[in-house]
Ligand binder design. Structure first.
Ligand code: FMN
Length: 498
């Protein structure tokens, strides 16, 4: 690891944070000392248990009132222990180290808490300016983030120096999230999805957890009482996977930074929902006009007139192992969209997923949901769309109020892609109101695609493994093993930080 390695800033948004100042630095050193995943897990277990003991020593064992216990507990010095959110974050930072990144840790309570001073805000700004990526871990509060994570996002969006820096960057910073809740389905995913959207809108390229941990929305921890997060093995795997993915993608971005792309990026625009061809006309004539086509190879696919068959949710998907170019979905009807267009869906550096949101949905022509469900064989075919930069593009009638751009995000990130700022074109009486603003969004997207292409050239198509691991489908897993003749690892491979 040298100074040119990506630098990941781990931010903890817990109201029960245990590490501050020198305690944050000590945590990084402790993590660097863990050569295996079991050593790292043992460390997290010890540090979680330390928090429990601290709470007991604060007066629980002497029968003090809760007010007194809490006052004593508040006097802790920030040098030891880890709250649940911090445990998951530490696992994520270890994952980032395994991918070759350098890491730092900062408690958001020390920046935005009651005792915080201006100096801490300066420290956060300075760390953000230097970082290649941000790993934000926080508790679920009411299915959403907590107030410290909110203060952080507000800061990123409103601090003039940071905003200028994020906007002026020719090469972006990346973001991944981790979320911890007391219930198994307590809102970890909703928290991560909202946060992913907000960070992408703020100018970050957003990723979920990696393929080895089944490519979801980030790390999802299940822990309530202090000291319990280290027992959630699955949650730790997803947190490690989020850090590892962030490390890999920041390395890709970094590799593209110093060099120019040797070829134009290939970009697909999939139109999946439209009304009176308003989206198609705007895409062809205004957003992806001739001067844009000089910067990138653009393929516009209006699929709204096509007939994708529904997915049949079959047991073995794809039907066999083989190269991406071979169509491996069981549905072979001659009129089926995927049977006909399979080749056209592959090999793109960027994907614009476009749809029209109408107030009156009866006028809309849509293949959106069928299209998305049918992409299952591409995901299960070892993430055939892996590392494509995805931009949701929604043409939204004023007052339409649907969830299309969030749904685009949640579905496409599962393909092990990278999400960029969604673009929304507002429509009033058939007219696009903000086409100039949307064009700026498209230009930014193309510039990001160029950087990623340069990075892929440098890393020979990296980053990372993207082998599909059929969690929840034991029969599929067995068949996959038989088809491919290789052992499908059940446990996630342990890499050493180095
Ligand atoms: C105000 C508040 C709201 C919460 N809301 C949720 C929730 O919606 N879902 C959930 O699973 N847990 C919820 N929890 C539990 C915390 O997410 C959980 O205890 C978590 O471990 C806290 O992380 P920490 O130990 O790092 O602070 C809530 C806790 C608090 C204090």
């Amino acid at each position: 690891m040298d100074d040119s390695s990506p630098l990941i800033l781990g931010l903890s948004g817990s109201l029960r944070n245990s590490r501050f100042g020198s305690g944050s630095r000590a945590l990084v050193t402790q993590l660097m000392g863990c050569k295996t995943q079991s050593e790292m897990t043992a460390l997290l277990r010890d540090e979680g248990a330390f928090c429990v003991r601290e709470f007991i020593d604060a007066g629980r064992n002497k029968g003090l009132s809760f007010d007194e216990i809490y006052r004593n507990y508040q006097r802790r010095r920030g040098e030891r222990g880890l709250s649940n959110t911090e445990v998951a974050l530490a696992a994520g930072l270890w994952g980032a180290m395994c991918s070759g990144a350098r890491v730092e840790h900062l408690s958001l309570e020390s920046v935005f808490g009651d005792k915080a001073r201006l100096a801490q805000l300066d420290e956060l700004r300075e760390k953000l300016l230097r970082a290649s990526g941000v790993l934000l871990s926080g508790p679920v509060y009411f299915g959403d983030r907590g107030s410290l994570a909110e203060d952080f996002i507000h800061f990123v969006r409103t601090d003039s120096e940071l905003r200028q820096h994020l906007q002026s960057l020719s090469v972006k910073k990346a973001y991944a999230g981790i979320s911890v809740g007391a219930k198994r389905n307590g809102g970890q995913e909703t928290n991560l999805i909202y946060q992913m959207l907000d960070m992408a809108v703020s100018g970050f390229l957003a990723v979920g957890n990696d393929a080895r941990s089944t490519s979801q929305y980030g790390g999802t921890g299940w822990a309530g009482d202090v000291g319990t997060m280290a027992e959630d093995g699955y949650g730790l795997e997803t947190a490690i996977g989020a850090g590892r993915r962030l490390g890999e993608v920041t390395a890709l971005i970094g590799a593209g930074q110093a060099v120019a792309a040797r070829r134009k990026p290939k970009i697909a625009v999939w139109i999946l929902q439209d009304k009176d061809q308003i989206a198609r006309n705007a895409i062809e004539n205004s957003l992806f006009h001739d001067s844009i086509r000089e910067k990138a190879e653009i393929g516009i696919f209006d699929f709204t007139g096509q007939a994708p068959r529904r997915c049949i949710a079959c047991d073995i998907c794809p039907t066999e192992s083989g190269p991406d170019e071979v169509y491996r979905c069981v549905i072979k009807s001659p009129d089926d969209l995927f049977s006909n267009f399979h080749q056209d869906l592959l090999g793109f550096d960027g994907i614009v997923i476009a749809g029209y949101s109408a107030q009156d949905t009866s006028k809309v022509c849509s293949v959106y949901q069928r299209f998305i469900e049918r992409t299952r064989y591409l995901r299960r075919g070892d993430y055939a769309l892996s590392n494509a930069l995805v931009m949701p593009l929604v043409f939204e009638e004023v007052g339409a109020r649907d969830s299309l751009n969030l749904r685009m995000l949640t579905s496409m990130i599962r393909h092990h892609t990278i999400l960029t700022k969604p673009v929304t074109v507002s429509i009033w009486q058939g007219e696009c109101l903000n086409i100039g603003q949307a064009s700026d969004g498209v230009l930014e997207f193309i510039a990001d695609c160029c950087s990623l292409v340069a990075g892929k050239d440098q890393l020979q198509n990296g980053p990372g493994l993207s082998e599909y691991n059929p969690v929840g489908y034991e029969i599929s897993a067995e068949k996959l093993r038989q088809h491919s003749g290789k052992k499908q690892p059940k446990d996630i491979t342990v890499l050493q930080p180095g």
